[in-house]
Design a protein around this ligand. Sequence first.
Ligand code: ADP
Ligand code: MG
Length: 366
Amino acid sequence: MWYPCSVGPSPFPHQGPLEPAEVLGRDDLVEGLVRRVTNRRVTALLGPRRYGKTSVLQRVATELGGLHTVFVDFYEVTSMADAAVRFDQALAAATGPLARLARRFAVEVSLNLGALRIALAGPARNRPDPRLVLHGLLEVIVKTAMSAPTLLVIDEFSSVARVDGVADAMRTAFQHHYRDLGLIFAGSQPSMMRTLFTDRPQPFYGQADLVDIGPLSPAAIEGIVSDGFAATARRAGRLPALLFNFAAGHPQRTMQLADACWSHTPLGGVGDDAWADGLDAVRRASADAMERLFSSRNLSERRVLRSAAISGSVHGREAELLDLGKSPATSSRDALRDVGELAVVDGVLRVVDPVLADWIRQRFPL
Ligand SMILES: Nc1ncnc2c1ncn2[C@@H]1O[C@H](COP(=O)(O)OP(=O)(O)O)[C@@H](O)[C@H]1O
Ligand SMILES: [Mg+2]
C-alpha cells in the first residue's frame, strides 16, 4: 500500500511554543482575547507552565494582523536592568513601521535600541541607570502606540513579582494610555498572577480582565490527535480518550504522549495499540527529571505532592499515613499552588503535571 506521508516530522510538536497555525482547540479563547484587545481591555492570561499561553498569544498577535506586536519575554527576570534589557530587545526585534517609529522615538530619549545589554556590561562610569532606561523604553512604547496600532504582550509577567519597581514603573507609564495600546499579560504562576492583578492599587492592574487558559477539552484532543494520525496514514483509534484519561488535557504532556505513541505506530496502524509503548517511553525519558524535581522540594512539600497525587487531598487518610500535619499540609499546599505545581480542579487537588503525578504513583506504590 502507498502512503502519502510515510516519513516526515511528527504531527505532535511538544517543545516550545507552537506556530500560530498549529494552535488548535483554542478558538474561543483566542477569539475572546482578540475581542478584549480590540476593545482595549487590559487582559491577563493565567495558566500553568506548558499550557499553551505563549502559543495562544502568538496566535492572537497573528489574528490581529492590523496591530504591530511588541513581544516582551519576562522569563526569570531578576532585576530592573534585566527588565529594561527585555524591553530593549523586544523593541529592537519589532519589524515594519513599528520598528521605524520605535527607533525614532528612542533617539529622542537618547536610546540606541538593541544595545542596552552591552552598555550595561560596560565600564561603571558609562553604564546607564537601569531605572532611567526602563522609563525611557516605556515612553518609547507609549509614543509608538500613539502613532501606530500596537499590541504589547508581556509574557511570564509573574517573574516581575521578585523585582522591585518594575510593575510600578509599567503602571505609571501605561495607566493613562491603556486605551492607546492593546495590552496582554501572561504568567505561569496562577496564584502569583492573581495577587499581582488584584492586590495592586486601582486603576490599571486591578482593572484587568483575568482569563484562565484551561486544559484542552476531550473534543479538542480528539480533533488534534485524530487529524495528526490521519494526516500521516495512521489511525488514532481510542488514543485520544486514553490521553485525556492520563493527562487530563495538559497540552504539552498530551502532545508528548501523542508523539511517543505516534512514533510507535506503524504506517496503517492504530494509535491505541502503541499506548503502552508510548507511555513507557515518556516515563523513561522523564524519570530522572521527575526525581530531581521531586527531591528539590522540602519534606513537607514532598508529603503534600505524594498525598495529592495519590488521594487528591492533603487532609485525608493518605496524609495521615505520611505524617503530614494539618498546618504544614496547608502551607506547603499553598506554596505549591502558588508556583503552579498543584491546582484544584473540580474540588480535587491535582498535581498539574500528569507525568509527575504518575511518577509519584509508580515510585510510591499504594
Ligand atoms: N492548542 C494546543 N494544541 C496542542 N498542543 C498545544 C496547544 N497549546 C500548547 N500545546 C503544547 O504545549 C507546548 C507548550 O506550549 P507553550 O505555548 O510554550 O506553553 P506555555 O507558554 O503556557 O508554557 C507546545 O509545545 C505544545 O506541545
Ligand atoms: Mg510560555
